[in-house]
Ligand binder design. Structure first.
Ligand code: C2E
Ligand code: CA
Ligand code: CA
Length: 709
């Protein structure tokens, strides 16, 4: 009995085979690339690919017509489909392995060929022909060889092309899919050619279903299934690529941020944070093998005069030169840090004898005096301290070296002194400030200024930062940078901050009583205070005294102090959160920034340090990228972002583009006395009406007039 083919269906079967092959190649890449949903992709992929191969076969069967009624047993047909899915699962699993040895290809191809041939001949059996089909052994053998060859080639090609995502890769995949599809179809039609149907055969599974209709239904639904699978795969790939890109750019920004947070931008030397870390490492080394180390303080002589007379550019160049020659003088394992201005600290490790330190100091001095640019000859005063004789930890050693440096200055500059215990008397000026400040707190000589914070877009007033000043009876208004440092060193900071908090709470109460709509006020907290376990109770008591809800207060803490003892900080902050007091991380980017800590701290705001904002306009392109990354990251962590020190409209434009939430800076308003801030609260639209003031006319008192006018 001779059969005939419906060539339209034959064509459909080949199309299905090629698309099934293309989908398989694509899925092979997916299963190999994904880490999390790999088993889902494997199962779904095997389902789609197996169904594709099977339906190619089934459509081809339906294309074949005998001059008798024909049909297929449902259960046997289902079994043949399962075999195709199973063979596909093996194939996908194999090509997703990290490597594919020849032996693997060989056994994999045997399994796949067995699956495909099993599918084919089981599918034929589903016709239940009576008498049975007679097979030509040579052609059956040929179909087995073709199935094996096609499978081996498919495995090899799929493995090679699985990561090809470029356009060229796609073209190569299409070519490979065409070859594979034709090979699979070839196997099928060879198998069909092997079948002889004896005259007078009847089909035991004959039904009335129109085979052409059934074939079209199966062919089209399979094409839909394969198409959907492909689209899902492509979309998933896109998503994964985007995620990978984001992770990549974040980690780059993070690395850059880390470098910037540990180095001085001008000289690229270590900064304070890194210096402390390195001294910590030297201490560890001493514990291990008693290797002595020294901390050396270097201060350039007469540098302020150079800066004032010749300008910052010349000054900066000299600083860079000094940094370079010092770096060339010490060993690679030693550390040089810039402490700001014209002060440097060198950590010299593995000292090999009592006069090793003075040798290094002489060499440093010689190197610095070798810098002669534009007719200027540098010199320096140097002080040194040695561990463990002169101090127990980083701060003590640095202070000791600093005192020795001061002694060298007093002794006529351009020289070196090593630390002596007798040097350790408080510098007279510092002592005077201490005594006077103590009295100032008692006599209410301190006042709080308020610097408004605005929304970045509409510039609506959203809050204020309370900044303390000292109204000195003779010396006028003294900015906090001149006395906070001293207050921190002598412990007066506790009294000072209690005074500020009390004053801010009283002020808010007064404004509320006057019927004003008061926004939250931020208050700075120093390191000493945040370590105080009773702080939350003190703050609650203060709020209660003035009958204030906690939402009127925000505390600003600096990154370095929050990171100092992370677990203690987390506990304290958590208690404040329960009370309803919010926290902002101040000066972000300048300390030991660690993004992982940031995730753990229960904060609500992040304040980007003003140096980053200043760099937005004149720094390199990458600085803007960093600010953008910080903002994106903070938002991802659910934090509001405040930009500090905004001085120009250009900076505002950047910040708006980067979706920064709040801004604070001279462009919008300087810190102002309480009455002036009250006028801003009560002001008509609360929008920002103040034109920027020229820097030259600032003088802390001079700007009042401009704001109240
Ligand atoms: P901070 O917390 O970073 O405060 C912001 C400082 O930046 C303020 O200086 C403010 O006047 C200044 N600033 C604001 N906008 C701009 C701008 O556009 N450009 C520039 N160049 N600067 C701007 P201020 O008031 O002199 O305070 C200096 C530091 O003193 C504060 O830095 C803070 O660390 C500390 N401080 C002030 N009050 C307190 C306090 O009550 N407690 C503690 N612990 N520290 C305080
Ligand atoms: Ca602050
Ligand atoms: Ca700040």
């Amino acid at each position: 009995m001779i059969g005939q083919y419906d060539y339209r269906l034959v064509a459909l079967s080949v199309v299905v085979a090629v698309l099934a092959s293309y989908t398989s190649l694509d899925l092979a890449g997916r299963v190999a690339a994904v880490r999390r949903r790999a088993h889902v992709w494997l199962a779904g992929g095997a389902f789609a690919m197996g169904t594709g191969i099977w339906s190619m076969h089934f459509v081809a069967m339906l294309a074949f017509k005998l001059p008798i009624a024909m049909g297929y047993n449902f259960f046997i047909t289902t079994a043949s489909w399962l075999m195709a899915v199973f063979a596909s699962a093996i194939a996908l699993h194999l090509v997703s392995q990290p490597s594919l040895a020849a032996r693997r290809i060989f056994f994999g191809a045997i399994c796949m060929a067995a699956g495909i041939c099993g599918m084919h001949y089981t599918g034929m059996y589903a016709m239940r022909m009576q008498p049975g089909i007679v097979y030509d052994p040579i052609l059956v053998g040929a179909s087995l060889v073709i199935a094996f060859g096609a499978s081996a080639a498919a495995l090899f090609i799929a493995f090679r092309l699985r990561n090809a995502a470029s356009l060229r890769g796609v073209v190569r995949k299409i070519g490979a899919a065409a070859v594979m599809g034709v090979a699979i179809a070839g196997m099928h039609y060879t198998g069909m050619a092997a079948a002889r149907f004896p005259l007078g055969s009847v089909c035991g599974a004959a039904t009335d279903l129109d085979p052409a209709w059934l074939a079209t239904l199966i062919g089209v639904s399979t094409l839909l299934l394969l198409g959907t699978t492909l689209i899902a795969s492509i979309l998933d790939q896109r998503l994964e690529n985007q995620t990978a890109q984001l992770v990549n750019s974040l980690s780059k920004a993070n690395a850059e941020l880390l470098h910037m947070s540990l180095h001085d931008p001008l000289t690229n030397l270590a900064n304070r944070a890194l210096l402390h870390d390195r001294i910590g490492q030297s201490l560890d080394r001493w514990r291990h093998n008693r290797s002595h180390f020294a901390v050396i303080y270097v201060d350039l002589d007469g540098f302020k005069a150079i800066n004032d007379n010749l300008g910052h550019r010349v000054g900066d160049e000299l600083l860079k030169s000094a940094a370079r020659v010092m770096s060339e003088t010490v060993r690679h394992s030693d550390t040089i840090a810039r402490m700001g201005g014209d002060e440097f600290v060198v950590v010299v490790n593995d000292l090999d004898g009592p006069d090793a330190v003075s040798r290094v100091c002489s060499k440093l001095l010689e190197a610095i005096t070798s810098v002669a640019e534009g007719g200027i000859q540098l010199s320096a005063s140097i002080g040194s301290a040695v561990y463990p004789d002169d101090g127990e930890d980083a701060s003590q050693l640095i202070t000791a070296a600093d005192l020795a440096m001061y002694a060298a200055k007093m002794a006529g500059k351009n020289g070196h002194q090593s630390y002596q215990p007798s040097m350790n008397v408080p510098a007279s000026e510092e002592f005077a400030i201490q005594t006077e400040l103590r009295a100032a707190i008692r006599n209410n000589e301190l006042i709080v200024y308020y610097q408004p914070k605005y929304s970045a877009g509409e510039r609506r007033l959203l809050g204020a930062e309370a900044l303390v000043r000292w109204q000195h009876p003779e010396r006028g208004l003294i900015p906090p940078d001149r006395f906070i440092y001293v207050a921190e060193r002598c412990g007066l900071i506790v009294d000072l901050e209690c005074w500020v908090l009390e004053s801010v709470c009283a002020q808010i109460r007064a404004w509320l009583d006057a019927g004003m709509d008061v926004p939250p006020v931020s208050v700075n907290l120093s390191a000493v205070r945040i370590r105080d376990k009773d702080l939350p109770e003190h703050v609650q008591a203060c709020l209660d005294r003035h009958g204030l809800p906690a939402r009127y207060l925000v505390f600003e803490i600096t990154e370095s102090l929050a990171m100092d003892d992370v677990f203690q900080a987390i506990r304290t902050l958590a208690r404040f959160n329960e009370m309803g007091v919010h926290f902002a991380l101040d000066d972000f980017g300048t300390g030991y920034s660690s993004l992982s800590y940031l995730k753990q701290l229960p904060l609500q705001q992040l304040k980007i340090d003003r140096t980053f904002i200043a760099d937005l306009e004149h720094g390199e392109e990458s600085h803007a990228e960093i600010v953008r990354s910080i903002i994106g990251l903070a938002h991802a962590l659910g934090l509001r972002v405040v930009a500090e020190g905004v001085e120009t409209e250009a900076q505002m434009t950047y910040l708006n583009r980067f979706r920064c939430d709040e801004v604070q800076g001279y462009l919008l308003s300087r810190p102002v006395p309480a009455n002036d801030f009250a006028a801003l609260i009560a002001g008509p639209s609360r929008a920002m009406p103040v034109p920027p003031l020229a820097k030259a006319e600032l003088g802390e008192l001079g700007f009042r007039r401009g704001l109240t006018a």
